[in-house]
Design a protein around this ligand. Sequence first.
Ligand SMILES: *[C@@H]1O[C@H](CO)[C@@H](O)[C@H](O)[C@H]1NC(C)=O
Ligand SMILES: *[C@@H]1O[C@H](CO)[C@@H](O)[C@H](O)[C@H]1NC(C)=O
Ligand SMILES: *[C@@H]1O[C@H](CO)[C@@H](O)[C@H](O)[C@H]1NC(C)=O
Ligand SMILES: *[C@@H]1O[C@H](CO)[C@@H](O)[C@H](O)[C@H]1NC(C)=O
Ligand SMILES: *[C@@H]1O[C@H](CO)[C@@H](O)[C@H](O)[C@H]1NC(C)=O
Ligand SMILES: *[C@@H]1O[C@H](CO)[C@@H](O)[C@H](O)[C@H]1NC(C)=O
Length: 407
Amino acid sequence: MQQRQRLVLLIFSLFLVFQTSNGHNITRLLAKHPSLSTFNHYLTLTHLAPEINSRTTITVLAVDNAAMSSLLSKNPSIFTMKNILSLHVLLDYFGAKKLHQITNGTALAATMFQATGVAPGSSGFVNITDLKGGKVGFGADDNGGSLDSLFVKSVEELPYNISVIQISKALPSAVAEAPTPGPSEMNITGIMSAHGCKVFADTLLASPEAMGTYEDNVNGGLTVFCPLDDAFKAFLPKFKNLTASGKESFLEFFGVPVYQSLSMLKSNNGLMNTLATDGASKFDFTVQNDGEDVTLKTKINTVKITGTLIDEQPVAIYTIDKVLMPRELFKAAPTPAPAPAPVEAADAPKASKSKSKSKSAPEPASDSPADSPDPADQVADDNAGVSFKGGRFVAVGLSFLLLFLLL
Ligand SMILES: *[C@@H]1O[C@H](CO)[C@@H](O)[C@H](O)[C@H]1NC(C)=O
Ligand SMILES: *[C@@H]1O[C@H](CO)[C@@H](O)[C@H](O)[C@H]1NC(C)=O
Ligand SMILES: *[C@@H]1O[C@H](CO)[C@@H](O)[C@H](O)[C@H]1NC(C)=O
Ligand SMILES: *[C@@H]1O[C@H](CO)[C@@H](O)[C@H](O)[C@H]1NC(C)=O
Ligand SMILES: *[C@@H]1O[C@H](CO)[C@@H](O)[C@H](O)[C@H]1NC(C)=O
Ligand SMILES: *[C@@H]1O[C@H](CO)[C@@H](O)[C@H](O)[C@H]1NC(C)=O
């Protein structure tokens, strides 16, 4: 029975993965307005569009093609462009009506730029002020009080999910416009070392193969989940016990070959491949929201994202509170009543491409999930005991599958 429920839950969570739409699609909303097409194009190029789609209660300050041209004439890199445009996404809902009726006539709004952690001090905030004659002025808060971007018109309003407003010109901000280093100039181990993941970074630097895999992926998109020092230090004896290829796969397991912002992680729950994924060696984990937290989970253990070290497309580095253990290399502490493992979600959406680099895959310690008892299941799926009404018919179909597996 428990087995059946677990399978039902597995299938159910796959349904959830496919149904992540939040109702609005900024690309589609802006497509109706040709004068905003350059702005729209850059929301896509900078990967801000999915972040905007994953949020509600936001306001997008769009500028027309002429204003975009003058911004682009300064030749900002795509990474700088992302900072500039993320300053134009306010984390609050301002319809045209609310804009003209701001309490006390002025307000500061946090932006997506502020939320990335890249913006120091108040530079990620936008000042909105009702001016004389019914005008509304906007200015980056680090801009010396100048409010010379003016409200033009309301473009789209889906209360209270998303409001798109046109303003007369891009918000000038020295901080957002500052050149950002290209990803290949980024010293990812340096960033990790400086922010609580020194042991992991040093271990990575000591493995040229794993380090090379990380470097190969920096330009195309890379997300790293680095275990904090205390956790990784305590784990070192287990790490040293691994074979050479086990060590390499283990280190690569903490990198994902696509860029994932925190909001993308929050809205794209499901299986995620890693830099260690190579054909039959899955080395994947499940991303799952737990309230405001984002957890990463294997059959062995679950860890939590505790911080963002950097989030500058195409690279994001997060800290995790514990060392996530791939089931390909570790066995869970045995618990009573081993049961056959459920079918692995073989056709679950793949969050990332497998790395093309081919290397000899380490032999998994023992468990091919389809045909051997896997006590780890029992540990990992504690919460599967919830009853699930209406899942019966699925369960009936699945019990055939189970029967088949048991044979
Ligand atoms: C949003 O709309 C664009 C253009 O219609 C489409 O290409 C894109 O797939 C849509 N995104 C989502 C998440 O539906
Ligand atoms: C408006 O101004 C009053 C008086 O200065 C102040 O007490 C109040 O907190 C302000 N409200 C907002 C929303 O800023
Ligand atoms: C916004 O800027 C104006 C002009 O510099 C200033 O008077 C006002 O206090 C600012 N508003 C807030 C909420 O900081
Ligand atoms: C706002 O988003 C929710 C889903 O998050 C959706 O059900 C609702 O219809 C949306 N409202 C509008 C006005 O689009
Ligand atoms: C990256 O940072 C580390 C630690 O700060 C340093 O030892 C290393 O030399 C740096 N690498 C490059 C290429 O700058
Ligand atoms: C290392 O491996 C040996 C032999 O398999 C085992 O007895 C020992 O407990 C392992 N040490 C750790 C820290 O896992």
